[in-house]
Design a protein around this ligand. Structure first.
Ligand SMILES: [Zn+2]
Ligand SMILES: [Zn+2]
Length: 375
């Protein structure tokens, strides 16, 4: 089992740390994403993994710092080669409006213009989402089981009803991801004996005041009641005794990390990683190695798994029109806009088509010469 931190930060964005996201890769070839916080899509792309393998996302709760990059992996992931729907697992809420299905449906609606401009002219298989919403009150119930991998959910305590934590079991190894939670009895019970247990650990209260401008009252509330204080993180880990405890959800700077570490060490003396982006844990039964990934920041699309399909044209537009409620003719340029094309570039663009036809030994007709100019 290999775990890669693709986001370890906070809701306030910074280039040095994306928000919550952990990738789990298994020796059977399966890969699972846990949370997809703001900025994490760039981290995932830096790993250069074919996007067909990045199709399963488990969302612990619906704060932006835990699913803010969903649109980027949905649309950008399809553009970079995912040839199948994105699959999402996440909790319901006390009412439908607070559940994962609602959030994902509204996100797709928000991108109606974006999708309307792509449908018909690209391989559209990657531009859909399958949502698997489950009951947030289930205690250690199986929400995913395939290929020897079992993923379970149990409740978390954070902001509102709805948040959950996850466990993943494979090949006699146990991975735990807390997402965000106040220390709770379910985590103590179901994370027992984890090989690797990831739990939030917030910035120490004095630094919330000094660095983030919190008032002492709000620093105490957010740093100890809404989130898990470092001292409380240590208590949790002392109770569950993982082979590796991973603390995340704090800004890991030279002047704030010592406080987090020292406070954890008042209550926990076991194996500990203070996570930062691109930290990697290789987990076997004998050993856990912690290293930093070497990544490609100037990313292009990774290799494809399957062969791309030809664009679906009006066939795809018809299907999208029915589901999104956008009329067919609104998915093409109007005569008004086509009439605004500047003919001054016609000659150079024709030259590009001519060059491609000659170089590749295949006829590429120039679009303006075609019957239906479309877009
Ligand atoms: Zn949260
Ligand atoms: Zn959070």
């Amino acid at each position: 089992m290999r775990v890669i931190a693709c986001g370890t930060g906070m809701p306030t964005t910074r280039a040095a740390q994306a928000a919550a996201c952990f990738l789990v890769e298994l020796g059977n070839g399966d890969k699972f994403i846990f949370d997809i916080g703001s900025g994490s899509a760039e981290r995932l792309s830096s790993l250069q993994i074919p996007y067909d393998f990045l199709d399963k996302i488990f969302i612990g709760h619906l704060h932006a710092d835990h699913f803010g990059s969903l649109a980027e992996i949905f649309i950008g992931g399809a553009l970079m080669g995912r040839q199948k729907p994105l699959r999402i697992w996440g909790p319901n809420g006390p009412v439908p409006e607070l559940g994962t299905a609602y959030a994902v449906e509204k996100m797709q609606e928000m991108y109606t213009w974006d999708l309307s401009g792509r449908v018909g002219i690209v391989d559209f298989r990657g531009y859909s989402i399958e949502v698997n919403e489950f009951d947030y009150t289930v205690e250690n119930a199986v929400i995913y089981e395939d290929n020897g991998v079992t993923i379970r959910s149990f409740p978390a305590i954070h902001a509102l009803d709805g948040p959950v934590s996850f466990s993943l079991a494979w090949n006699d190894l146990k991975f735990i991801f807390g997402s965000d939670t106040y220390p709770n009895k379910w985590f103590i019970k179901y994370a027992q004996d984890a090989d690797i247990a990831i739990h939030e650990c917030f910035v120490a209260v004095p630094d919330l005041v000094a660095k983030m401008g919190f008032t002492p009252d709000s620093a105490l509330m957010v740093g100890t009641q809404v989130h898990t204080a470092p001292e409380a993180f240590g208590k949790v880990m002392s109770a569950i005794k993982p082979r590796m405890a991973v603390a995340y959800h704090f800004f890991k700077d030279f002047d704030t990390t010592p406080a987090v570490n020292d406070r954890i060490r008042t209550t926990y003396d076991g194996p500990l990683s203070l996570a930062e982006d691109f930290m990697v844990w290789n987990v076997t039964k004998d050993n856990i190695r912690v290293r930093m990934a070497v990544v490609e920041e100037a990313t292009w699309s990774p290799p494809l798994v399957g062969t791309p399909q030809a664009p679906g044209g009006n066939h795809d537009r018809q299907i999208f029109s029915e589901s999104a409620g956008v009329p067919m003719d609104a998915m093409l340029y109007s005569d008004f806009i086509i009439g605004g094309r500047w003919a001054g570039v016609d000659e150079v663009l024709r030259g590009i088509y001519k060059d491609a036809s000659e170089t590749l030994g295949q006829e590429f007709p120039y679009p303006a010469d075609q019957e239906n100019q479309g877009n």
